[in-house]
Design a protein around this ligand. Structure first.
Ligand SMILES: Cc1ncc(COP(=O)(O)O)c(C=O)c1O
Length: 400
């Protein structure tokens, strides 16, 4: 009797879980997976150089850490407003006005647990089942999966040879199901920044086709040449744009998980429901520390950008010397070269770099169909490591 009981329990437990259909098409994060591989090798004692993740190697600026301590000591350890601390929304509003001349009132802003969650909230709040989202590729892999998770269908539209947007291709990909266009510049993985003319062409399509735009501006402070123009600044676009941004990259706060959304009040109201019914709000004392980031840490951002620019130039020079035909990236933390330029098995280039010379990059396949021969190289790590990685790559290419 006892034996039978145990058997039944075990048997039924084996059948109790089946992943729901909603998750069937959702993949693991390609970028996190690549980083994980390097971590495993490192644990085995291999001297891996990580040029994979887009995580600044700088410590979080001291004033932010001290502000977090103070906030903890002051008892900011309780629930707070779901939309986010008003003080932080005010600071974001001031910052956007000061940096870009765009006006967002605090009630048009929601503080989120990271920009990734911001993308999830925004897509959840705008998509009906089966709605299409146009994603210019190559693109940050999470866009595809988050769109599916939110019930939508990602529609990949390839960019041009130098990763420039292709307005005609975007226009001809619009169907009656298209709800939104997802823009990301400076771009992950290409580093490309769009200028006003590019954006105006896109705005014309957005207007004519009656679309919304999710503008992921997480790299907007990491610009080395040219000017970042927020999409909502283009005439007629503010009412159609949901800005997603965050503190991870500009303030080296990846682990703090803090971001924000700005958008038209009617959409923000719906997005807020998603936050209320999931995270409630991001951690209260972290929000308080982020006020210090915006108000007191400009000099840290400037120093970091200067250093990233220097590293970008090292990587660009190194890649050109190896024979890659890459263009100079204007921003973000990456290059996205085509390995076909230099290697006979381009689809395996990234894998071989890790296996043979312990340099970890991210394979291109995850960034969109048609980019299997590319790989992403991040310069978020130190100059010394970047230089060593380039030496290893040059030597590897001489032998293969
Ligand atoms: C394009 C893009 N958007 C969003 C994110 C996520 O940012 P967060 O750390 O704020 O969630 C990343 C992180 O790599 C990114 O590359």
């Amino acid at each position: 009797m006892f034996k039978n009981h145990t058997y039944t329990n075990r048997y039924s437990m084996m059948n109790a879980y089946r992943p729901p259909k909603r998750l069937a098409n959702i993949g693991e994060s390609a970028t996190l997976k690549a980083a994980e591989k390097a971590r495993e090798l490192r644990a085995k004692g291999v001297d891996v150089i990580s040029l994979d993740v887009g995580e600044p190697d700088f410590p979080t600026p001291k004033p932010i850490i001290e502000a977090a301590y103070r906030a903890l000591n002051d008892g900011l350890t309780k629930y707070s407003q779901s939309q986010g601390l008003i003080e932080l929304r005010d600071a974001i509003s001031d910052n956007l006005r000061r940096l870009y001349g765009i006006e967002y009132l605090p009630d048009e802003i929601i503080i989120t647990p990271g920009a990734k969650m911001g993308v999830f909230y925004a897509l959840t709040a705008i998509l009906d089942e089966g709605d299409e989202v146009i994603i210019p590729t190559p693109a940050w892999p999470s866009y595809f999966d988050i769109t599916k998770f939110a019930g939508g269908k990602p529609v990949e539209v390839m960019t041009g040879e130098n990763f420039e947007l292709f307005p005609e291709r975007i226009d001809s990909s619009v169907t009656e199901k298209t709800k939104a266009l997802l823009l990301n510049y400076p771009n992950n993985p290409t580093g490309v920044l769009y200028d006003r003319r590019d954006l105006e062409k896109i705005a014309e399509i957005v207007e004519r086709r009656n679309l919304l735009v999710i503008s992921d501006e997480i790299y907007c402070r990491l610009v080395y040449d040219g000017e970042f123009i927020p999409f909502s600044k283009i005439s007629g676009m503010k009412n159609r744009t949901i800005i997603v941004n965050g503190f991870s990259k500009a303030y080296s706060m990846t682990g703090w998980r803090l971001g924000y959304i700005c958008g038209p009040k009617n959409i923000v109201k719906e997005i807020l429901k998603v936050q209320q019914q999931t995270a409630t709000h991001p951690t209260t004392f972290i929000q308080k520390a982020a006020v210090t980031a915006l108000k007191e840490c400009e000099k840290y951002v400037e120093e970091m950008v200067k250093e990233f620019k220097f590293r970008r130039d090292i990587v660009y020079k190194g890649l050109r010397e190896m024979g890659f035909k890459v263009q100079k990236a204007n921003g973000a933390l990456y290059f996205f070269p085509n390995a076909e330029d230099v290697y006979s098995e381009p689809e395996k280039f990234s894998e071989h770099l890790l296996e043979k010379i312990a340099v970890n990059t991210t394979p291109g396949a995850g960034f969109g169909k048609g980019y299997e021969k590319h790989f992403r190289i991040s310069y978020a790590t130190s100059r010394e490591k970047i230089e060593e990685a380039i030496l290893r790559m040059k030597k590897f290419l001489r032998l293969h």
